[in-house]
Design a binder for this molecule. Structure first.
Ligand code: ASP
Length: 411
């Protein structure tokens, strides 16, 4: 049986076991979770997280060095960033629209009086942007600061391209380092079904059916918006911009999505999503290793969708009407929040504080949705990484066309 099928079976088995334990034997869950589910999940998470920093570093260095021409790097960078900003704006608009129509905040009685949430100060976006250049690259790596690692790797890659033959030895070393990491990804993925089972059983066992039911309308809005975004925006990108079949895209990218779903972390899923993009979607290494790490760090469409729905939901629960101007502010802030959101579990909810604050909505409102956020985090992370892959495919295909056209014109 192939890996995707095994991971999906593990997902379903984990959900069923978690739900049954939660409903019938919560006592058994409290014993099984710390000794079985949680360790299985943690081992898997640690194994893949272990590979993230070296993979991002090696692959971006090689990507930048492989593109060679700084002009080409600039063109790909520009395309990628414009794509990220446009699709994230579309994502949050879909979230706002669906929540405005369905009105999840009017659906039940929510205890706004007792909602509690105190936000940790989210870093201002200007700081995120300024901090892209690392003062100390070694510290950036030890802290896992993705944007800084990407920036440093880009510099090294550019230098390798400029120095050519002279630094061939180091180039080969990085290439071999990258091969070793990719080999390890393969190895670690053999453990994926067990890790997935543990992660899902642990999450669902804790949340249970009641929590899911009571927030049904809000959850359905987020899920519907995620689905619509996947079909329209990514399907559209694949079909119209990359001229490929969306079904082919989602079918081949599914293993990465299932792992994103179980880990709730774009960063942790990165080694696998790159491998899948390169081997199954045939995206050249040079494009995939630039677009995907960047996307896992700054492109969070699924998170933006949740923030759009949550903003409307909280406004409705507190009976606050948002003006058109405020909605535009929400879109802009959520796009910036998406850039600042790290690809690790739960950060999207913390960044929501910034979005709510931008239009004066009560931040405590987050307390209303925090209970079920774990499950939505899983789904939106799968969407987050699909956006990066769709962008990589679009960039790869348009670059390929450009090269062919150039060759034809030259011939
Ligand atoms: N968990 C998400 C990710 O890693 C970020 C978030 O929305 O919390 O992509």
């Amino acid at each position: 049986m192939n890996l995707t099928a095994r991971i999906i079976i593990a997902l379903i088995a984990g959900a069923v076991v978690g739900l049954l334990l939660n409903m019938f034997t919560p006592g058994a869950y409290s014993v099984l979770d710390p000794y079985v589910f949680d360790p299985l999940g943690q081992i898997f998470l640690n194994l893949i997280s272990m590979l993230v920093v070296p993979i991002v570093f090696f692959s971006i260095v090689l990507g930048a060095a492989g593109l060679g021409d700084p002009k080409k790097l600039g063109r790909i960078g520009f395309k990628t960033i414009v794509y990220f900003l446009v699709t994230t704006s579309i994502a949050i608009t879909i979230g706002l629209a669906i929540a405005s129509v369905v009105q999840p905040g009017e659906a039940g009685t929510f205890d706004a009086e007792n909602a509690e949430f105190s936000a940790e100060e989210a870093p201002p976006v200007s700081e995120t942007l300024l901090n892209i250049i690392p003062k100390n690259p070694v510290e950036a790596m030890s802290q896992g600061d993705m944007l800084q690692i990407i920036a440093f790797a880009l510099f090294i890659g550019l230098a390798l391209a400029a120095l050519g033959e002279k630094t061939k030895g180091i180039f080969n070393l990085f290439e071999q380092g990258n091969d070793i990491m990719m080999y390890l990804v393969h190895l670690v993925m053999k453990f994926a079904p067990y890790g997935t089972f543990g992660l899902i059983a642990s999450a669902i066992g804790e949340q249970g059916w009641n929590a899911i039911q009571s927030m049904g309308s809000y959850m359905l809005c987020v899920l519907a918006a995620l689905l619509i975004h996947c079909i329209l925006t990514y399907g559209g990108t694949v079909l119209l911009l990359a001229r490929k079949s969306p079904i082919w895209f989602f079918k081949n990218f599914a293993p990465a999505m299932t792992v994103a779903f179980s880990t709730s972390s774009s960063n942790a899923t990165l080694p696998l999503s790159m491998e899948v993009a390169q081997t199954k979607l045939n995206i050249p290494k040079s494009v995939s290793s630039f677009v995907q790490p960047l996307g896992a760090t700054i492109n969070m469409d699924g998170t933006a969708i949740m923030q759009g729905v949550a903003t409307i939901f909280i406004a409705q629960v507190y009976s606050i009407d948002l003006t058109m101007g405020e909605l535009v502010t929400v879109v802009l802030t959520a796009v910036l929040a998406s850039v600042g959101t790290a690809g690790v579990p739960g950060v999207g909810l913390i960044m929501l504080a910034m979005v709510l604050g931008s239009v004066g909505l009560p931040v405590e409102g987050i307390g209303l949705i925090i209970g079920i956020d774990r499950i939505l985090d899983m789904t939106r992370t799968a969407v987050n990484i699909s956006g990066d892959a769709a962008c990589a495919l679009y960039v790869a295909e348009t670059e390929k066309k450009r090269t062919i056209k150039k060759q034809r014109d030259g011939a």
